[in-house]
Design a protein around this ligand. Structure first.
Ligand code: ZN
Length: 97
């Protein structure tokens, strides 16, 4: 028997530390976010396919400007450093030198 592992990330903080929490009225899978720093306790599966919270993205970019390393940024925001890298890659900040 194969256990299918799907990586579900919290759409609000990008954390992968989520746990299933039953289904909502419309039958969608509901997850709990286990990141204590996250502003949202739970979310519906549908959201996981959407872009990360713009608020988180803003934070990441701000910290990049402050020369905070990707790992440190991820730790502070409660997201993986890969997520940080992905956000930075997607949003190219022009270095005005
Ligand atoms: Zn979260």
């Amino acid at each position: 028997m194969v256990t299918k592992i799907t990586t579900v990330k919290c759409p609000f903080c990008g954390s992968e530390k989520v746990s299933k929490n039953g289904h909502n009225k419309t039958g969608k899978q509901v997850y709990n976010c286990n990141n204590s720093k996250c502003s949202h306790r739970n979310f519906v599966e549908e959201y996981t396919y959407k872009a990360y919270n713009p608020e988180v993205r803003k934070q990441v970019l701000k910290m990049a400007v402050d020369c905070t390393g990707t790992r440190a940024t991820g730790r502070i925001l409660g997201i993986s450093k890969d997520t940080v890298t992905a956000i930075l890659k997607k949003t190219k900040t022009g270095h005005g030198r």
